[in-house]
Design a protein around this ligand. Structure first.
Ligand code: HEC
Ligand code: HEC
Ligand code: HEC
Ligand code: HEC
Ligand code: HEC
Length: 354
């Protein structure tokens, strides 16, 4: 492994530089999009295989994550085929030069161990570890355990001039009551390997994690009048808007009236909460955002039935979707497989509250 062989040399260099006070004030770059500042001959795929060989539990989690599949993700690849530009490659295959088609090794790697942990040729972590037989040195970077380690990829503007970010998770986080909790404190929980040994989870799982998605909101239903059921929805244990991240993520709010046997007799048109985009000449602009805001402020959603439903039980649900059904069909993916009911309930027959 190149990295381990180079490590003693780098340590020496760092020591000499510190001793002479010559080590500039510039901190090493934080993890982020390509191009990485790599030394000539750096082989990201080979070094990453070495990390995986020793840190086996973390590696297994990472291999199941969307970070590892950032390129080999059919939803990404379809979107990318419409807009195959260097800008996209920067984050979805960060260990390759963005200006040309990425080599297979970097594509398979996606966002690797090395992307987040190897800066300036050193393994970095939140605290220092001295080099010893069987282990490398770890250079301390206090920012490694903070939101700064995520921001360069999770907060960014559209490639064309625009008024809203393409993804704004870090700004949303700053506006959240959970701003003092780092991204890692929610997304990398400490897992116990065995008594006395724990590690931070590296699966970063949200899609497919029903419990996590359900923890993100509170919902209260009431009857507004004979035709209308109102849901009051608010972001809860979530450190940003719900949903956040990719521009396609959405919530669909549904309600239906049922008879005494539970058979649906009427359905209200569903209401979608998402970011909405339009175009102003060549530029993509955000024209609306009705997601649940990071502040935790409640959003009132009215579900309107064509006929009175006060004599009926009304069942409602809030569904998280990775993309809408039309887009999923166009992308050739099974959207229902990623659809998660995040809140649900029923209102007994009866009049609205006074
Ligand atoms: C030869 C085995 C080996 C290889 C290869 C290896 N590590 Fe480690 N690493 C260790 C050991 C042993 C420790 C000491 C702490 C421990 O036991 O987990 C460690 C510590 C760490 C720490 C700090 C852990 C802490 O407690 O703060 C990080 C971060 C880390 N390694 C990342 C990496 C990355 C990234 C790579 C690949 C570039 C890598 N390691 C390659 C064995 C290895
Ligand atoms: C600055 C980094 C960055 C750039 C540049 C970027 N992305 Fe992403 N992309 C992300 C992150 C971070 C996510 C994950 C957000 C989430 O899970 O909601 C993501 C998610 C996606 C998804 C959703 C994938 C899924 O599994 O559902 C698609 C599609 C996508 N990106 C396409 C693109 C395209 C096309 C481009 C170029 C026009 C691009 N991205 C440029 C960082 C980036
Ligand atoms: C080098 C860029 C990069 C960095 C740094 C980065 N991410 Fe990501 N992240 C991505 C990309 C790209 C995706 C989406 C891949 C896809 O779906 O195609 C993603 C996806 C995710 C997801 C969604 C996974 C899912 O199952 O839906 C979470 C959560 C996440 N990242 C959290 C973090 C956190 C927390 C940090 C900081 C510790 C971080 N990321 C650092 C690029 C990055
Ligand atoms: C998206 C960024 C990201 C990726 C990818 C990533 N890590 Fe981490 N890793 C972190 C962050 C953030 C921490 C917590 C900060 C800290 O304690 O240094 C961390 C902590 C660690 C630790 C410290 C011990 C612990 O578990 O608490 C080790 C060891 C480690 N990572 C190894 C790896 C290895 C090996 C891989 C690849 C299989 C990997 N990481 C991939 C961001 C990442
Ligand atoms: C208080 C806990 C908490 C904090 C802090 C937090 N998150 Fe989340 N995150 C969640 C929960 C819960 C979800 C699932 C609900 C959702 O998608 O918004 C989530 C979802 C996500 C997703 C997946 C979005 C999607 O639908 O694909 C990404 C990406 C993400 N978070 C990134 C981050 C980043 C980056 C930070 C720091 C800037 C951060 N989160 C801070 C709790 C948190």
């Amino acid at each position: 492994m190149g990295l381990l062989r180079r490590a003693p040399l780098l340590l020496l260099v760092a020591f000499v530089a510190t001793a002479t006070g010559a080590r500039g004030d510039a901190p090493p770059p934080l993890p982020g999009p390509a191009p990485q500042q790599r030394a000539p001959g750096f082989d990201a795929a080979a070094d990453n295989r070495a990390c995986e060989g020793c840190h086996t539990a973390i590696a297994a989690e990472w291999r199941g994550s969307l970070h590892h599949r950032a390129w080999d993700d059919p939803v990404f690849l379809t979107a990318y085929s419409i807009e195959p530009i260097a800008f996209c490659r920067g984050c979805h295959v960060p260990e390759a030069e963005p200006d040309s088609m990425p080599p297979a090794g970097a594509r398979r790697l996606g966002v690797g161990c090395v992307t987040c942990h190897v800066q300036d040729g050193h393994v970095t972590g939140s605290h220092a570890v001295a080099a010893r037989v069987g282990a490398h040195a770890v250079v301390a970077d206090a920012r490694a355990a903070t939101s700064a380690a995520c921001e360069r990829c999770h907060q960014f503007a559209f490639p064309e001039p625009q008024r809203a970010p393409m993804q704004g998770t870090a700004d949303e986080h700053r506006a959240s009551p959970h701003a003092a909790e780092s991204c890692e404190s929610c997304h990398m929980p400490l897992l116990q390997d065995q008594p006395g040994r724990a590690h931070r989870s590296h699966d970063f799982r949200v899609l497919g994690d029903t419990a996590r998605l359900r923890s993100a909101l509170t919902a209260r239903a009431s009857r507004a009048d004979d035709h209308v059921v109102t849901l009051s929805l608010a972001a809860a244990r979530v450190g940003h808007a719900f949903p956040t991240g990719d521009m396609f993520r959405r919530l669909e709010v549904r309600a239906r009236a049922v008879d005494a046997t539970g058979t649906t007799v009427a359905t209200a048109p569903p209401v979608v909460l998402a970011r909405r985009f339009g175009r102003n000449r060549a530029a993509r602009v955000q024209i609306g955002d009705d997601r649940l805001p990071a502040s935790g402020a409640a959003r009132e959603v009215a579900l309107v039935f064509a006929d009175p439903v006060s004599a009926r039980e009304v069942r409602w649900e809030v569904v998280y979707q990775r993309l809408d059904a039309t887009m999923a069909r166009a992308f050739g993916v099974d959207a229902s497989a990623d659809e998660v009911v995040v809140a649900e309930g029923a209102l007994r027959p009866g009049k609205s509250r006074p």
